[in-house]
Every structure is written in structure tokens, then in C-alpha cells.
Design a protein. Structure first.
Lengths: 429, 275
């Protein structure tokens, strides 16, 4: 290969958060450092820097990895030796595989999380605006985006919730479907309950009511969610209005009992209710789940859902790896095929040159010929050159797809057709 | 005029294609194949509509045979599913309806020449009212059955905190399934009532009495009573969710018993007679 693809980076597995912060290349860098300078052995480059990883991807020839580490360390006012213990280096096939895995969120802390693809796209946009990408990285990054899309479409790696708050919202969707016609009540103010409320709002819930023992805290929360605060003591009365109830108070006894809900259901004409009890000890009587059209999930139930989903994602990641490997093969084949291009160009030039010279000789020998004969002879030579070139070009292209022996094939064609001949050799012809 | 065997074969092939691709799409969670299933189901419905418009029943011995009734019922089921698809935007409804349609078509094949004995005095208006309303309500009940069965399964999994993953993950939400139940009950009950009433009215000039004690009549009245309970409680007492789903499943199973056991094995004037 005329050009190597090299990836140098550190991530949540190879370095702690302090190291990642120290060597991050987004927050503290000038816009011109969105890409490693394309000097020396580096021809193209892209930088991906997120809270969990900093990775530098480059295409070039020579000591690309060394140059990248030196540039990176310099940008963060450190020495390459300080950076070296935390860094991994991947080259060519391994670099491509790693990039595809990162784009597909298979290398993320939470497998299947959707942010990384967006971050990679942003990194690529910045590199493009810095004019640091070329034919190879452009194609590689576009391929990485399409691999990520394929992984998401063909596997369930990102389909189920892996956080407790999001799992609760997913369950709410299974019960209510379209969330726009439903509302929720937040009883108490725990971090997880607030997160669930945020996810509910993102899912399109129409309104959030907040009931908190400290009214002012409730007001703050209601403002945060553009909702409505209600007095904590009247919380039960509002149950007739709300469909989703998230509880997370420090109360030692049940705030909501099954007998209260029976009355509420009559008033609601059995419209379904979903209770999410994130509190420990629990705020809702477990018997509530036994009522028709009422669903209750406590923190342990949700944790089980999340664990199950994580296991599913791990299984799906294996399928996704197969897709990544397949795409790595395709991309490597394309990359390798680039090697044969100069030989094909030389072959065509060489044969056209010979054809042209032979045509000139023949025309001289024939003397004056009419225009039609001249054109016919030109067409004859052109067609012969084209047809004679077809087989060696196909031989090069087909064998170019194979990994092994590509250099040997190129060398063979170059020797057979004398493509490395000097000017004197050509004159002899 | 298209031959009944040929039209049945083509419709069977189209419904089979719809079911295979649609169910595969749902199981593998591939939208493309689910869409293909919907397109094939719609093609089967369009083809059946065409054959009905061309007078498919006229080519059958003795006019409308038992097999033709089943095929007509399949057409009604898919028609109702198409309405539900437009209203609720759930492609799975059409796939399930196509599955029911396919089952009805398969069941129709041995009965293609089995004539339903009808009193000479009955006019075509009787067909339109008695058979038409009953078959349309049966099609709606079939949808209520599918939605109800799915509701009971999914609700049980959610209640018992078991996972709803893979294929089941793409099924409609519980609220939507309950809405399908409400829609089918509210539309199906008046139609079924009209069908039963028209039967009772027309029985008087034919048999001298409205109720002859025929097994089919008794089972139909039991179905109507259950249907009345469901309709009444749904509208006035706010029945939702599990109870109406259970009753809808029970009603449709009773309907199947009425069609396949009463009509085939019992001594009734609704019996299928094979030529």
C-alpha cells in the first residue's frame, strides 16, 4: 500500500479521566488544532475528542504514528513519553476495524449509545473545514458512517434502554403508545426521577405535575420541566388526572395504597396508570400492580429490565462485529486496489504510445492515404490497444482485490510489459 | 369469468406471500419485508375485490357456497384491517388480518362446492342484510380477537415484569390494542344485532316461527348476549383493557365453534351440504 492508515488514541479503558482531560483536544485547543498538521509523513488527518476518548486518525507514509504522538503531546504541552503509556496504536486493517467499531458504538462504555456517531460526524466536519482530509480519509469516514447505520439497522445493539430512567420511559411507551396525549406526576425529587421526567418530556409527554414536600423545591422543578407544582398533601386527588406517576420520596410508609387507587380508577373510568417507584423504601403499595389497568415497576424491576437489555446488547454486539469485519474487508480491498491504479495508467499510456508510433510508421510507408483510410487505421489501432489491455487490466484489478501477492502481480505486469523502461528503451522501440 | 379454483389459488398465493414476508419482517424486525407483506396483503385484497366484482360466486355450483362465505369473510377481515391501518397507522394489523385471511382461505378450499341450503322464498335482500351484516361483524370480531389475544399476552408480560423484546417489541402499545377492541366492538355489535334480527324476522314467513330451536340460533343468541355484555360494559361502565380483551377472545372462539362445529356436524338448517 502506498499509504498507511494509522490510528493513535486513548480511551476510557486505557486512561483515567484525569489523563483523558489532560490530553483532550477539544476544549482547550485552537480551531486550527482540530486536525493534526498535515506535514512530514502525515498526508490526511482527523481528530476525535470526546469525554471518553481522544483519537487521532491519519493517512500517510513513514513514521506516521510517531509524528502524531509528537504533535499531540506538543499541542497539550507534554512530552511524547508522558503520553505513551496510555496510548494505543492501530495500523491499516486494525485502524479501520477500530474506527468502524467506534462509529458503531461497539467500543463505547455503554454499548450502542447513540452520541458517538454524532461526535464522529462533528469531528469529520471540523477536519474537512480544516482541509486536512483527502481521498482516503473522506472515503474511510463515509464508510464508517454507513457501517454504523448498517449495524443499527441490522442488529438490536441500540434498541433497548440501558439506564433505569430510560427503561421506565420505554415501558410507558409500551403501555400508552403515543405519549402526547398523556401526562405525568413527579412525587418527590430524586436524581433518577428527574432524569425519567426529562426522558418523558423528550418522548413528548404533554405535561408534568410536581408534588414535593418542600413547595419551593417543587416550584423549581416545575419550572425546570415547564410543568405545574401541586401541594404535596393533595397529591392523591390529582391521581385522577395523571397517567404516569414517578415517586422518589424519603417517606418510610407507602404514600399510595391499592385501596386509594381502586377509587381513583372508578373516577378515571379505568384509564390505565403507570407507577414508577424509584424510592427506597418503596412509596407505593406493591398490591397496586394487582389492579386491572394499573402497572407498577419499582427500582429492582427496572434494574432487572436494564440488566436484561445490557445482556441483549452484548449479544447483539457479537453480530455487529461480524458486520464490522465484513466491511473492513471491503474497505481494505478498495484500499489495496488503489495500488494497481498507477500500473494500469502506465500500461494504457505505454500501449497507446506503441500503437501511435506503429501507426505513424505504417502511414509513412503507405504514403498518401485518404481521410477515411486514415480514420479506419486509427480506429483499428485504438481497438487493438484497448482489447489487448483488457486482460492484463482485469488481471490486475481482480488480483488487486486479494490481499496476498498484490505487489508480485504488479511487478509481474510491469516486467512483462516493460513498464519501467527508460527513455532509451522506448526509443529503441 | 374467472374460475373459482383459479381465483382461490391466486388469492391463496398472494395471502401466503403476504403472511410469509410480513411475519418474517416482523420477526426479523425488517421494515422492508413488513412493507412487502402489507403490499402483498393489499394486492390479495384488491384481487379478491376484483373477483367479487366480476361475479365470482356465479361460477360456483348453486351460487354462494360455504367456501365462498369463508372467502367473503376473509375479504371483510382484511377490509376492516385496512380501515384500522389507515386510522391507527399500524402495519402489523394488516399482517395479522392477512394471516386470518389466509386461514379462512385455506379453510374455504374443501367447501368451495359445499352449498348452504337456503329456503327458496328468501330473496337476495336477505343475503345482503343477514349474511352481509353477520359476516362484517364476524370480521370485526376476528380483529377484536387478534387485538385481544395480543393485549392479554403483552399485558401479562408487562404485569409480571417479563421482558417484551425482539418481535414483541414492535407490537402496538396496550392502549392502541384496547382502542382496536373498542372500535371493533362499537362497530361490530350493531351489525351483529341487525344480522340476528333480520334472521329472526325472515324465519317467521319461512318456518312459521322466529325461533325454531335450531342449534345455530341458540349459539348465535349466546354470542349476541355476550356481545351485549361487552358492548354495554364498554360504553357505560368504562370497561378497558383485560376484561374486554378476554370477552372478545371468548366471543370469537364461540363464533368459530358456531361456524365449524355447528354448521358442519349438527343438524341445523344452516348446515353446509357438500355437492
Amino acid at each position: 500500500m502506498d499509504c498507511d492508515i494509522v490510528l493513535v488514541g486513548l480511551n476510557h479503558r486505557s486512561a483515567g479521566v484525569d489523563v483523558r482531560e489532560r490530553f483532550a483536544l477539544t476544549e482547550h485547543c485552537d480551531p486550527e488544532h482540530w486536525a493534526v498538521p498535515c506535514t512530514g509523513p502525515i498526508r490526511e488527518s482527523v481528530i476525535l475528542s470526546t469525554c471518553n476518548r481522544v483519537e487521532l486518525l491519519a493517512a500517510g507514509k513513514g513514521d506516521v504514528a510517531g509524528q502524531m504522538q509528537r504533535d499531540w503531546a506538543q499541542a497539550r504541552h507534554a512530552t511524547p513519553a508522558e503520553l505513551a503509556p496510555y496510548v494505543y496504536v492501530y495500523k491499516n486493517r486494525e485502524a479501520i476495524r477500530h474506527l468502524f467499531s467506534v462509529a458503531s458504538s461497539l467500543d463505547s462504555m455503554v454499548i450502542g449509545e447513540p452520541q458517538i456517531l454524532g461526535q464522529l460526524k462533528t469531528a469529520y466536519r471540523k477536519a474537512v473545514s480544516s482541509h486536512s482530509t483527502g481521498a482516503i480519509l473522506n472515503r474511510l469516514l463515509h464508510k464508517a458512517f454507513s457501517v454504523a447505520k448498517r449495524v443499527r439497522t441490522e442488529t438490536s445493539v441500540a434498541s433497548s434502554a440501558v439506564s433505569i430512567s430510560y427503561a421506565a420511559v420505554e415501558l410507558a411507551k409500551r403501555i400508552f403508545g403515543d405519549m402526547h396525549a398523556h401526562n405525568a406526576m413527579l412525587v418527590g425529587a430524586g436524581e433518577m426521577a428527574e432524569l425519567a421526567a426529562k426522558h418523558l418530556l423528550q418522548a413528548g409527554i404533554s405535561e408534568i405535575l410536581v408534588a414535593n414536600r418542600t413547595f419551593s423545591r417543587g416550584q423549581d422543578l416545575a419550572r425546570q420541566f415547564s410543568g405545574r407544582v401541586i401541594p404535596f398533601e393533595k397529591m392523591t386527588a390529582y391521581l385522577t388526572e395523571v397517567d404516569i406517576i414517578i415517586t422518589s420520596t424519603a417517606a418510610q410508609e407507602s404514600l399510595i395504597r391499592a385501596r386509594d387507587i381502586r377509587t381513583v380508577l372508578k373516577i378515571r373510568k379505568n384509564r390505565p396508570m403507570f407507577f414508577i417507584d424509584i424510592a427506597v423504601p418503596r412509596n407505593i403499595d406493591p398490591d397496586v400492580n394487582g389492579l386491572d389497568n394499573v402497572y407498577l415497576y419499582d427500582i429492582d424491576d427496572l434494574r432487572e429490565v436494564v440488566e436484561e437489555n445490557q445482556a441483549i446488547r452484548r449479544d447483539e454486539a457479537l453480530k455487529a462485529n461480524d458486520i464490522v469485519n465484513e466491511e473492513v474487508e471491503h474497505f481494505t480491498a478498495w484500499l489495496t486496489s488503489l495500488d494497481v491504479q498507477p500500473t494500469i495508467v502506465d500500461l494504457i499510456h505505454r500501449s497507446e504510445e506503441i500503437g501511435h508510433k506503429e501507426l505513424e510508421k505504417t502511414l509513412k510507408r503507405l504514403g498518401h492515404v485518404d481521410e477515411a483510410t486514415h480514420e479506419a487505421l486509427e480506429a483499428l489501432v485504438g481497438a487493438m490497444v484497448k482489447k489487448l489491455n483488457h486482460d492484463p487490466i482485469m488481471f490486475l484489478k481482480n488480483d488487486g482485490m486479494a490481499q496476498e501477492g498484490n505487489t508480485q502481480r504488479i511487478s509481474l505486469v510491469r516486467r512483462i510489459f516493460n513498464l519501467d523502461a527508460t527513455g532509451s528503451h522506448l526509443k529503441e522501440l | 369469468m374467472i374460475s373459482p379454483d383459479l381465483s382461490t389459488g391466486v388469492a391463496l398465493a398472494l395471502y401466503s406471500g403476504a403472511v410469509i414476508t410480513g411475519i418474517f419482517g416482523m420477526l426479523a424486525r425488517r421494515l422492508f419485508w413488513s412493507r412487502c407483506g402489507c403490499i402483498l396483503a393489499f394486492s390479495a385484497f384488491a384481487f379478491q375485490t376484483l373477483t367479487l366484482a366480476l361475479g365470482f360466486h356465479k361460477a360456483l355450483p348453486g351460487g354462494l357456497t360455504a367456501g365462498a362465505y369463508f372467502q367473503l369473510m376473509a375479504w371483510f377481515v382484511v377490509l376492516c384491517a385496512l380501515i384500522a391501518l389507515v386510522k391507527l397507522r399500524q402495519p402489523s394489523t394488516l399482517i395479522f388480518a392477512a394471516t386470518l385471511g389466509l386461514m379462512l382461505f385455506v379453510m374455504s378450499t374443501p367447501y368451495l362446492t359445499a352449498v348452504v341450503r337456503l329456503p327458496e322464498t328468501l330473496s337476495t335482500a336477505f343475503y345482503a342484510l343477514h349474511i352481509g351484516t353477520l359476516f362484517l361483524s364476524l370480521a370485526l370480531m376476528a380483529l377484536a380477537f387478534a387485538a385481544g389475544g395480543l393485549f392479554l399476552f403483552l399485558e401479562n408480560r408487562i404485569k409480571s415484569k417479563r421482558s417484551v423484546k425482539g418481535f414483541w417489541q414492535d407490537m402496538p402499545a396496550l392502549s392502541l390494542l384496547d382502542r382496536i377492541n373498542a372500535f371493533t366492538v362499537i362497530a361490530g355489535y350493531p351489525l351483529y344485532t341487525l344480522g340476528i334480527l333480520s334472521g329472526l324476522v325472515w324465519a317467521r314467513p319461512v318456518y312459521g316461527v322466529s325461533m325454531t330451536g335450531d342449534p345455530k340460533e341458540i349459539v348465535s343468541i349466546v354470542i349476541w348476549l355476550l356481545f351485549s355484555i361487552l358492548f354495554h360494559n364498554r360504553l357505560t361502565r368504562g370497561w378497558r383493557g383485560r376484561k374486554p380483551a378476554q370477552v372478545a377472545v371468548g366471543i370469537f372462539l364461540l363464533c368459530l365453534f358456531s361456524i365449524f362445529v355447528v354448521n358442519t356436524f349438527m343438524n341445523t338448517h344452516h348446515a353446509f351440504i357438500r355437492n
